[in-house]
Design a protein around this ligand. Structure first.
Ligand SMILES: [Zn+2]
Length: 159
């Protein structure tokens, strides 16, 4: 399942990536004509399910035979719940960069050292954690306190 999220759903796009889904976020596309954005979305990325909070855009998708989901909730927890009700699973899988959507891979040791130095993070992190790496962002992921908070957040949503 692949998705495209409209401009109002940036946080939801991040959560979909964290859960491993290939997700385009319209807010990152640098479209130069905002007035024609809806028409662009309607006609592009047609292999992706469009998630939108815009009722009019949703209607246009339906009449064009484009697969789309209208998201009712204003808040990301509610938005995630709506998708869970549709059978979409949210769990933290370390497969995709939450920033740029690229697939993550296991880093080389020298890459871990370099990025930790760059980020000003203590070297002893290397023994404490397992890492995943986004080549495009030059960014490391690990299951630290931020990860724990995200797990708790999802557990609360799932009840
Ligand atoms: Zn990235």
């Amino acid at each position: 399942m692949k998705f495209i999220c409209d401009r109002m759903l940036g946080k939801l796009a991040t959560w979909l990536r964290i859960s491993g889904y290939d997700t385009v976020y319209v807010g990152e596309l640098r479209l130069n004509n905002r007035r024609k954005e809806d028409t662009f979305i309607l006609n592009s990325f047609r292999d992706r399910i469009l998630l939108t909070r815009d009722r009019e855009l949703f209607r246009r998708c339906m009449s064009a035979g484009r697969e789309a989901v209208f998201i009712k909730s204003e808040f990301v927890a509610g938005q995630i719940k709506e998708l869970i009700e549709r059978g979409i699973e949210f769990r933290i899988v370390m497969e995709r960069c939450s920033v740029c959507n690229s697939p993550l891979r296991k880093p080389e040791d020298h890459e871990v050292r370099r990025v930790l130095v760059k980020e000003g993070i203590s070297e002893d992190f290397r023994e404490k954690y397992e890492f995943w790496y986004c080549e495009r962002c030059d960014k490391l992921y690990w299951m630290g306190s931020h990860w724990r908070n995200m797990v708790d957040f999802l557990e609360r949503i799932n009840g």
